[in-house]
Design a protein around this ligand. Structure first.
Ligand code: DAH
Length: 357
């Protein structure tokens, strides 16, 4: 009896003194393991008389229960201490200033992308997307540019390797294939924009092999050229943040629209400053027109019931114009000095209410 009480005090002291989970496990084995002190006492029960066993049995079982309980409690406590120590070691002081060399900026193209989405979103347009590696059908044929059509040469297309069936995929040369994909996937009324990357084998001060466009498409029963003009004017006013814009609509030709127009925007250059809506310099920013009936048919839209307009705008160009950036190639050179100069704060997301630029 006395012996058991002493043993218990010793065991509990050992458990309480275990400094980590490893030490605790060693203490557990020393007590409850096959050759542990309590296990050895239990073994002695067999040699006792039935009377002795009656008193010693419950005593030993009680001891075992209390020891087990103490082990579990100590384990929990150690786990908690270990976690606290880890949390303390991993503390980050979020009030410390950001290290200056880690400061990044949002690329002007990405910023303009977000501005354009905000403006057209406000006009009720949804954003649609399509793949960069495109089927010839979507990039050309469905847009009324059949094989051998001269417009194919104008596009300086990057072709992928010919496949077993003789077809070749292309890097999309414009965002117009998204028009086809959208019309095939949904019935009118349709009102979408499709911003994204486009690719042409062309490189000089105003052309890069990869550039950005934004496509627009509106299809309904009564949509007409006046709607197109209004949408483009509203867009330009909002984008360039001016009350009045000077726009010039020139008759043009695209295989996928009839009639077709190119749109120039008027500006004045004042040193490095560019003023939109003043002066008499013009920059072409987009192609547009009424969607050709053949394009509607190729996309499964009934041309006797539906009509609409489309436009394709150079995103890099309007970025250059708005932010007075002279050389297109610098956009894609990843020069940190350039990015710091022309980039935008990651916290300044453009919104119509809060201001775009
Ligand atoms: N896809 C033409 C290009 O890249 C631009 C364009 C012109 C798009 C007229 C249109 C459009 O949607 O109607 O040169």
């Amino acid at each position: 009896m006395e012996e058991i009480a002493t043993l218990e005090r010793e065991i509990l002291a050992a458990i309480g003194g275990a400094a980590d989970e490893q030490a605790l496990e060693a203490a557990r084995i020393a007590v409850l393991g096959k050759k542990g002190s309590v296990a050895e006492l239990m073994k002695g029960l067999g040699a006792m008389s039935p009377e002795e066993r009656k008193t010693q049995g419950p005593l030993l079982n009680g001891l075992k229960d209390r020891v087990t309980e103490a082990l579990l409690r100590r384990r929990d406590a150690l786990k908690e201490t270990a976690l606290d120590a880890r949390l303390a070691a991993e503390t980050v002081d979020v009030t410390l200033p950001v290290r200056p060399e880690m400061r990044g900026t949002i690329h002007p193209v990405r910023h303009v992308y977000d501005e354009v989405i905000q403006i057209f979103g406000d006009l009720g347009f949804a954003v649609a997307e399509g793949p960069h590696i495109e089927d010839d059908f979507y990039n050309f044929t469905a847009l009324n540019i059949p094989p051998e059509h001269p417009a194919r040469q104008e596009h300086d297309t990057f072709y992928l390797r010919e496949r077993a069936d003789g077809t070749r995929k292309v890097l999309r040369t414009h965002t117009s294939p998204v028009q086809i994909r959208t019309m095939m996937a949904q019935q009118p009324p349709i009102r979408i924009i499709a911003p994204g990357r486009t690719f042409r084998s062309d490189s000089d001060q105003t052309h890069t092999p990869m550039f950005h466009q934004i496509e627009g498409l509106v299809i309904d029963e009564t949509t007409h050229l006046g709607h197109l003009k209004w949408v483009l004017e509203e867009f330009c006013k909002a984008f360039f943040e001016v009350d009045k814009v000077k726009m010039r609509f020139r008759a043009s030709h695209f295989p996928f629209t009839e009639p077709s127009m190119e749109v120039d925007i008027g500006y004045a250059r004042d040193g490095a400053q560019i003023r939109i809506g003043e002066g008499d310099s013009w920059l072409e920013i987009l192609g547009s027109g009424m969607v050709h009936p053949k394009v509607l048919s190729a996309s499964g839209v009934d041309p006797d019931r539906y009509q609409g307009f489309a436009f394709g705008m150079g995103l890099d160009r309007i970025a250059m114009l708005k932010y007075g950036i002279p050389d297109l190639r610098a956009f894609f050179e990843a020069d940190l000095r350039w990015l710091r100069h022309y980039g935008f704060s990651a916290l300044d997301l453009p919104t119509l209410a809060g201001g775009l630029s």
